[in-house]
Design a protein around this ligand. Structure first.
Ligand code: SDX
Length: 365
């Protein structure tokens, strides 16, 4: 047996056509296209590319968007279930339960035909934002807001959350967030989904495996951690003492570091630009200024202490974007999942298409 690698660090577990990461150069591609060239498209176009492997032409995109809009509504019985969630249910736990309910209401749930999986894919991509918004509103005793047909995927989510039509920049920021969160090779949640898919479990169950894994604070839960951290720091003047205190106590600082990237996460660069533009539109740049100060402090502290810098990851400036979009911190991981679900579906289908049960060995000590 091969030697054990803790955390499977550096281990290549499978081949994929879905994405490519170069952690040294800071490159991320979805289906061979650089993330920088995808970030200005619509989430509909990028989720279509991830799931089908092909960039849609105008007619294909129009039909796909029509199907997504037609499936944005959620089952009335599910809304009744959401209303029973006591105040304070952790948003991601509620989403996990809601997706389980959605599976029960889908008669194709345990059908494995390509057509059934295509239908489930459309429902999952379309319904996630509606469920996240309805669950959040229900947990505060508010009625859900019906989706609007003429808003983009991201803009419709912001509308269903607050009842307000977002500005063009807010809508652009939400689309970019969903695109940048959509896919990232064999990250922990995607790998757990591939394992479930390799046993030929159904797509809903595989997505729920992804959700449960994404919740962890060292993975998708970090975005909420960054939002809470920014609140805790409070002002740019406190940033240095906060950072040095965490390092002295050997505590991890949320939103920094990455298992694969040893340079700046290319997504962080795009998020930072969006956060700066939102801050300027908002007029109060304090969240952005505090985040940028923290980035500079940690860069130089790590060079000092470890001889090499630490960089922000996908969860750092995305948290600043959420601050300016007035998104509550408890929704951060659920919104990450709203973007990631199209990458998860792509990996589930890829596993089904060329399957071998994923079953590594353990070294008994
Ligand atoms: C995501 O894999 C993906 O692709 C995930 C993701 C995706 O798109 O799916 O990119 C999304 O999960 C991003 C990561 C979000 N998590 C966080 O922001 C939590 C904080 N980050 C750390 O927990 C950490 O950086 C990890 C988990 C992200 C990566 O951990 P590694 O590769 O196991 O690195 P490590 O813990 O071995 O750290 C190496 C050194 C250690 O110091 P020494 O023990 O060598 O002295 O760097 C230090 C760590 O203490 N370090 C940090 C740190 N990250 C690493 N110190 C303080 N704060 C940090 N954030």
């Amino acid at each position: 047996m091969k030697e054990m690698k803790k955390g499977l660090e550096g281990v290549v577990a499978l081949d994929t056509k879905i994405s490519y990461i170069d952690g040294i150069q800071g490159i991320l591609k979805y289906r061979g296209i650089n993330i920088e060239d995808l970030a200005d498209l619509s989430y509909d176009a990028v989720s279509y590319l991830l799931i089908t492997g092909k960039m849609p032409d105008e007619a294909e995109l129009s039909e796909y968007s029509r199907m997504l809009v037609a499936n944005r509504g959620i089952n009335g019985k599910l809304i009744e279930v959401l209303k029973h969630f006591e105040f304070g249910v952790e948003a991601l736990d509620g989403l996990r339960t809601a997706i389980s309910c959605t599976a029960h209401f889908d008669e194709e749930n345990n059908q494995h035909t390509p057509e059934a999986n295509k239908n489930k894919a459309i429902k999952l991509v379309a319904e996630f934002p509606t469920i996240v918004a309805a669950l959040h509103r229900a947990s505060y005793g508010d009625e859900p807001i019906k989706p609007m047909d003429n808003l983009s995927h991201g803009a419709n989510f912001l509308y269903m959350l607050s009842g307000k039509i977002p500005t063009d920049l807010e809508a652009e920021a939400m689309e970019k967030d969903l695109i940048l969160s959509a896919e990232h090779e064999l990250n922990p949640s995607t790998f757990s989904l591939r394992i479930a898919s390799s046993t030929l479990s159904d797509m809903y169950s595989a997505v729920i495996c992804g959700l449960c894994t994404l919740k962890g604070p060292l993975h998708g839960g970090a975005r909420k951690g960054v939002m809470d951290m920014l609140d805790e720091i409070g002002s740019i003047e406190n940033a240095r003492d906060y950072a040095l205190g965490k390092l002295e106590r050997k505590e991890k600082i949320m939103g920094f570091g990455h298992r694969v990237y040893k340079t700046l996460d290319p997504r962080a660069r795009i998020y930072k630009d969006v956060a700066r533009r939102l801050a300027e539109e908002n007029g109060d740049t304090s969240w952005f200024d505090m985040a940028e100060e923290l980035e500079h402090i940690l860069y130089h502290e790590f060079v000092e202490i470890k001889g090499k810098p630490i960089y922000p990851n996908v969860d750092f400036y995305s948290a600043v974007v959420y601050k300016y979009l007035d998104i509550p911190a408890e929704l951060a991981t659920s919104i990450f999942a709203m973007g990631r679900v199209s990458g998860w579906i792509a990996h589930c289908m890829e596993q089904y298409s060329d399957n071998r049960v994923i079953r590594p060995r353990a070294h008994t000590v």
